[in-house]
Design a protein around this ligand. Structure first.
Ligand code: AMP
Ligand code: ZN
Length: 114
């Protein structure tokens, strides 16, 4: 997608602070961090949200889940733990319509999810 900020980052047209990359995803530090460690794991396929997933995407999406675990190990978050969030649509305040997962870590997240 030409006007998609995450597609532009994947193509290298906009810089990012890269954490991890493989065939399926690119992960980088969020520009507006909500926790001491805040990474966005972005699919290399432009899918607007989870609602655009199809059966054909299952392997690709599964490998992104594996990448999240790899990133957690790489950043040594396995002992402390971390939170993974996906925002979908209006009420969740999704601001970039390109599928991505937030990894939040580096502090106690509290008992509530939000
Ligand atoms: P969401 O609101 O769930 O769609 O998340 C989009 C996230 O992308 C937000 O947390 C933004 O701070 C982040 N973001 C937007 N533009 C950039 C950028 N150029 N580099 C890094 N993170 C970005
Ligand atoms: Zn995109």
């Amino acid at each position: 997608m030409n006007d998609c900020i995450f597609c532009k980052i994947i193509k290298g047209e906009i810089p990012c602070k890269k954490v991890y990359e493989d065939e399926d995803c690119l992960a980088f530090y969020d520009i507006n961090p909500q926790a001491p460690i805040h990474i966005v794991v972005v699919s290399k396929k432009h899918l607007p949200s989870v609602l655009a997933f199809s059966e054909d995407d299952a392997s690709h999406l599964g490998r992104i889940q594996l990448a999240i675990a790899k990133i957690a190990r790489q950043l040594e978050l396995t002992e402390s733990g971390f939170r993974v969030i996906n925002n979908c649509g209006r009420d969740a305040k999704q601001s970039v319509p390109h599928i991505h997962y937030h990894i939040l870590a580096g502090r106690d997240m509290g008992e509530k999810i939000v």
